[in-house]
Ligand binder design. Sequence first.
Ligand code: P9H
Length: 222
Amino acid sequence: MAGKPKLHYTKGRGKMESIRWLLAAAGVEFEEDFIETKEDLEKLRNDGSLLFQQVPMVEMDGMKMVQTRAILSYIAAKHNLYGKDLKERAWIDMYVEGTTDLMGMIMYLPFQTAEVKEKNLALIIERAKNRYFPVYEKALKDHGHDYLVGNKLSWADIHLLEAILMAEECQADILSAFPLLQAFKGRISNIPTIKKFLQPGSQRKPPMDEKSVARVRAIFNF
Ligand code: P9H
């Protein structure tokens, strides 16, 4: 039997967090090899382990996979979370890219100066409420199903729950005008594998504090 996937990244959420989410939701156990210093990153580079000299990197099924999106779609397809046909897959891709854009904006907040942060936080809240969440609310309303695509749990649902929780960290009542998303959040959070991932002590990572920001800056010259 193949071993557990091994994740190479810092201890923070960053670009790896969605991979942790998807593996956990799929019920796949994984190991983490944390990059704590510049030297740890250099070692992986010198080993020839990083195709583009970047992380996330995941060792899985005999590959050293890089590029977050490639890693995520491989896991989604492998674990039946990527739709039943090309059209479902296209919808999952569209929904996932929307939530990726929203999460991308949130991900860079801790690295910004107070002034830029304040401006971006307002923009994120505006975009979440007016551009992104209405799309998912309407999708759920129009087809009346429990899941975004194909009446079955997919990568799109897992990614959306991650985005909702991140957006709620920006503004606690951000879902107040989205009753179907509130119900969705409750439902998806209660799927046993996800419920477990949301409990303390799991491999889910907390939001970045000042110390982790400094660590990431030192490692990546960022
Ligand atoms: N296309 C950390 C926290 C939040 C957001 C981003 C980075 C890109 C993918 C070294 N990896 C700052 O840049 C740290 C990528 C992957 C790829 C990296 C270098 C980043 C961060 C670390 N940077 O989607 O996987 O940008 O390895 O030489 O580029 S993550």
